[in-house]
Ligand binder design. Sequence first.
Ligand SMILES: *Cc1c(COP(=O)(O)O)cnc(C)c1O
Length: 350
Amino acid sequence: MEKLAREQVQALTPYQSARRIGGSGDVWLNANESPFDNTYTVSGQGLNRYSSCQPASLINAYANYAGVDTGQVITTRGADEGIDLLLRAFCEPNQDSVLICPPTYGMYAVSAENQGIATTQVPLTADWQLDMAGIDSALEADASIKLIFVCSPNNPTGNLINRDDIEALLTRTQDRAIVVLDEAYIEFSPEATCADLLARFDNLAILRTLSKAFALAGLRCGFTLASPAIINLMLKVIPPYPVPVPVADIAEQALSEAGLARMKYQVLDLTANRAYLQAGLSMLPGIKVHPGFGNYLLISLDDTDAVFEHLGNAGIIVRRTAVENSLRISIGNRDECEKVLAFIRQQLSE
Ligand SMILES: *Cc1c(COP(=O)(O)O)cnc(C)c1O
């Protein structure tokens, strides 16, 4: 069977999601999930009919929340499907390519590779900002680059990308390439959104999700905000019934006035926990805590492997990242933050 598969698929290493990596424990801080288990009820009726491809009330609700027109919104199975659709719509397999700026979210490269689309890497600078000169030369040298992925707050580093650079990049790439700005964590730094730039740049696509601040990772509901031209191209390649009826139902509840108020309250709570963990870890010798603007913190320390392993043995699951000697810790509830802090403190004193 192996040999029957596409060569690209034979060679592919699938995305190492936290769920695939597994582990055993009771403190799960490796997938940037929310600790809040909010409950919803669904009617469970009307399931004999196919769902609407883009349920109007859901699109309305998200457009309202994001402050854009309904024609600038598409809903997908998680932000991950948005990435996939953009690749499908804009990149010719075995011909076009995408530009990524590591260290960043792994799915851009995996999704591209999956479809036979090459990836050009222009690493972030030492302070984890865009290397504007490097991106410029890459665009100059390679006419096949169609999409440029930028993540802010960046996963796994946690920092925001300078807005001036994003704007300059959009100007530089007008009529040339799409800038895909991943705002999966933007609710934790709402003032940093670039959604207002949609009014000026029709080559901007913004990825959003209900998986993080809205505490709905298991729902699989995401959105892309973009010019109607981009949205219409994505609608050409999306499967016919991408939004299950119960998903639309729950997503609308999450985006209701009460749902938004709860999300904002929970974001405040997690931001306080992040400050607690940041302060606590910063006091420990031998650890550098990088400023974090999402619901996670990246820490640098020697002996990462040992600490990771000891944490795992104690049932506390965090994430290794592509950044050398670093661990990414999701912000859980206060009890979980206390546990991880106490454990690392004890580790370092031994
Ligand atoms: C979690 C995450 C996503 C994926 O979100 P889903 O909506 O769950 O598919 C996209 N981008 C980044 C940077 C993420 O961390």
